[in-house]
Design a protein around this ligand. Structure first.
Ligand code: HEC
Length: 194
C-alpha cells in the first residue's frame, strides 16, 4: 500500500515536471493571481526563448567621448515561452497564457575589434504582457484588449507600478493594434521581422 502511494506520488511529480513550462495555462497558476495581479516570472532570461532586441539610439552630442553620438543609450530585449513561438508560427496568433517580457537595459558603447559596439549593462525594469483570450478580469484596470499589462521597475520587481493600462500602455501600442498590439516586426523567430 505504502509503496503504491509512493509510486503514485513519484509518477505525479514526474508528470508535473515534464509539463512545467509546456502548458501555457500554467501562467494562470503561477504568475497571475486570482485578482489578476501579475508577477515577474523567475529565470525567464535563462529558460525562455529570445524574440529580439530594440536598440534605442543615443541622441546626445557629446564631443569628449570616442563613441560620441553613436551607439545605443538603451537596449530592449524581448523574451517569451518557447511554446508561444511554436503556437504563433503555426497559427499566427498568441495563445492564451502567452507571456511577453521586454527587459530594459542601459547600454554602454565602446570601440571593439568589430567596430563601435553597444552592450547592455544595468537592468532598469521589465514590461510584461500576458495573453488572455477569455476576458478573465473585466473589472481589473490592468487587463483588457486581450492582454494583462504591467511594468516592473528594477528596484521593485515584486510589484508592478502600473495602475491602468489604458492610460499607461495602450496609447503607445496603438500602432501595433492590427497585430494584437505587439510590435511584430522586431521578432525574427516569429517569421514577422521585416
Ligand atoms: C512610450 C510609448 C510606450 C509606452 C508608454 C508603452 N509601450 Fe510597450 N512598447 C513600445 C514600443 C515602441 C515597443 C517596441 C519598440 C521598443 O521597445 O522600443 C514596445 C514593446 C513592448 C513589449 C514587447 C512586445 C511588443 O509589443 O513588441 C511589451 C511586452 C510592452 N511593450 C509592454 C508594455 C506595457 C505593459 C506598457 C504599459 C505599462 C507599455 N508597453 C507602455 C511603446 C510603449
Amino acid at each position: 500500500m505504502f509503496t503504491r502511494i509512493i509510486s503514485a506520488v513519484v509518477a505525479l511529480l514526474i508528470f508535473a515536471t515534464a509539463n512545467a513550462g509546456v502548458k501555457l495555462q500554467s501562467t494562470y497558476d503561477s504568475i497571475v493571481d486570482k485578482s489578476g495581479n501579475i508577477s515577474l516570472p523567475e529565470n525567464f532570461r535563462r529558460d525562455w526563448a529570445f524574440l529580439g532586441t530594440w536598440s534605442i539610439a543615443r541622441e546626445d552630442v557629446e564631443t569628449s567621448s570616442a563613441a560620441s553620438g553613436h551607439g545605443a543609450a538603451g537596449l530592449h530585449n524581448v523574451y517569451t515561452q518557447q511554446t508561444t513561438i511554436d503556437h504563433f508560427r503555426e497559427t499566427g496568433k498568441f495563445p492564451d497564457g502567452a507571456v511577453i517580457i521586454k527587459e530594459l537595459l542601459k547600454a554602454e558603447t565602446s570601440s571593439m575589434t568589430t567596430g563601435t559596439v553597444s552592450r547592455g549593462t544595468v537592468v532598469e525594469g521589465w514590461f510584461v504582457m500576458v495573453k488572455d483570450t477569455q476576458g478573465r478580469f473585466p473589472s481589473n484596470p490592468l487587463w483588457g484588449d486581450g492582454w494583462g499589462w504591467s511594468l516592473f521597475n528594477a528596484d521593485q520587481p515584486a510589484s508592478t507600478v502600473t495602475t491602468n493600462y489604458k492610460t499607461e500602455c495602450i496609447g503607445c501600442h496603438i500602432r501595433a493594434r492590427k497585430d494584437d498590439w505587439i510590435y511584430l516586426n522586431g521578432y525574427p523567430v516569429l517569421g514577422t521581422a521585416k
